[in-house]
Ligand binder design. Structure first.
Ligand SMILES: [Zn+2]
Length: 147
């Protein structure tokens, strides 16, 4: 049994939206021990995000690390950091700071990071009410009508 005992909110109805897969072996990183999962990040010399890869710690991490292009700065975070509301807020502030500093992300890294933020959201946010869902649909339709 995982030490990570937070029950995720039921935000998404389809199983794949509740699944974050290892980029190496394809295992669902939430399936048993999220403590054994991590996210690799690689930055270019200007500090732009060029790579974001969720994976298992250990063999998958090492295999994926071996495929990283030379000359990049590599960092990593525990997946469980993204499940922590305080760390999550700090990461969100960091992204706003990166906007201010005019940093960029490759399309692949941006997609992967959005996937991490979406799929970890049920562990960070409260259970939505029916009214939240109705209001969200109303806002979404209004935004679509604007564009
Ligand atoms: Zn793996």
């Amino acid at each position: 049994m995982s030490k990570y005992k937070v029950a995720p909110a039921s935000m998404f109805t389809d199983q794949e939206s509740n699944t974050l897969r290892c980029a190496c072996c394809g295992k669902d990183l939430f399936s048993d021990y999220p403590e054994k999962a991590m996210i690799q990040f690689s930055y270019d010399a200007d500090g732009n995000l060029v790579r974001c890869v969720p994976c298992c710690k250990g063999e998958c991490d090492q295999e994926l690390t071996g495929k990283i292009a030379k000359g990049l700065t590599n960092k990593w975070s525990d997946l469980t950091d993204y499940l922590n509301p305080y760390f999550r807020l700090r990461k969100t502030m960091g992204l706003i700071k990166a906007l201010e500093e005019k940093k960029s992300a490759s399309p692949e890294a941006a997609d992967a990071l959005m996937d991490v933020f979406i799929k970890t959201a049920p562990y960070v946010y409260r259970q939505p009410t029916e009214n939240d869902k109705v209001e969200y649909e109303r806002i979404q339709m209004a935004l679509e009508a604007e564009s």
